[in-house]
Design a protein around this ligand. Structure first.
Ligand SMILES: Nc1ncnc2c1ncn2[C@@H]1O[C@H](COP(=O)(O)OP(=O)(O)OP(=O)(O)O)[C@@H](O)[C@H]1O
Length: 270
């Protein structure tokens, strides 16, 4: 981090986000200042992930304006300034990679390095792996880890990049209680250090001490934006009946794959 940048971390104005030409998130106005820690809550299918993916350029902005770290989404040159933990994604693939290698990819993203991790980078990788409670597994193939442990590897990968904005989609899903607490402590630290957090979650409990503001999404629209405590009744599943549910028919599933450049990490790692 190099001091607090000017402007807002996120600025959405009348933003519509979706897939193909179908807007899932509609007419959203949202401003998040640098250093804020925001929970994105809402029932299944309400559009939380679509909103999060829109911030990463992984879902299309179909209308309005989405600015991320001061640039229109997708135009930010230093992508390493944004960290992302995708939903329901574990680390897998044909190439056997160790925990160290996968987390090292996050470090490469930070510097835009081409396959060269310096000692300080390797230390940051080790710190991130320790932070998620996997220090004793750092040299193990990721494929040998459980699903919850693999989620923690992805969290470590994002942490290792030391992003200015960290977008996490259900980071605690499938993660045991002790590890959730450890993750909450880590997020508290990075938040204190000035990182902006946007966390999509159904499990606010472990993160309630970290996230202070809540945005509740309901049928693609923001129904609440304010202190976390005020959001919880709505987040418990009450939906407003005045909006149609779900997207229109005929949309196309177009999930970009999250790829991990293991070879680059391996060259620079151990
Ligand atoms: N790749 C896609 N292509 C088309 N429609 C999609 C795609 N991904 C999600 N949708 C649709 O967008 C709507 C909102 O999905 P989204 O994943 O954003 O909801 P969510 O609030 O994150 O749900 P959950 O709590 O279940 O994760 C759903 O109706 C879903 O079918």
């Amino acid at each position: 981090m190099s001091g607090t940048p000017a402007g807002d971390a996120l600025r959405l104005r009348d933003a519509s986000i979706g897939y193909g030409d179908v807007a899932i998130v509609q007419g959203v106005d949202l401003t998040v200042a640098h250093g804020e820690a925001v929970a994105v809550l809402g029932s299944n299918g309400s559009g939380k992930t679509t909103l999060a993916r829109g911030l990463l350029g992984l879902a299309a902005v179909l209308g309005g304006e989405v600015q991320v770290l001061g640039a229109p989404v997708g135009r930010l040159r230093e992508r390493g300034r944004i960290g992302y933990v995708p939903q329901r994604h574990t680390v897998s693939g044909a190439v056997p990679a160790t925990v160290r290698e996968v987390v090292g990819v996050g470090r490469l993203a930070r510097h835009g390095l081409l396959g060269r991790l310096r000692p300080a980078d390797r230390a940051a990788v080790a710190d991130a792996v320790t932070a998620v409670g996997l220090a004793d597994r750092i040299g193990d193939p990721v494929a040998s880890l459980s699903g919850g442990q693999q989620r923690r590897v992805l969290v470590a990968r994002a942490l290792a990049a030391e992003p200015e904005l960290l977008v996490m989609d259900e980071p605690t899903a499938g993660v045991d209680a002790a590890s959730q607490e450890a993750l909450a402590a880590v997020l508290a630290d990075v938040s204190t250090a000035g990182t902006t957090l946007v966390v999509v979650t159904h499990e606010i409990g472990p993160l309630s001490g970290v996230l202070s503001r809540a945005v509740v999404v309901d049928h693609g629209r923001i129904r609440y934006d304010g202190p976390l405590a005020g959001a919880q009744p709505t987040a418990g599943g009450h939906c407003h009946p005045d909006q149609p549910a779900g997207p229109a028919a005929g949309y196309r599933f177009d999930q970009p794959r999250v790829t991990i450049d293991v070879a680059a990490a391996r060259n620079g790692g151990h």
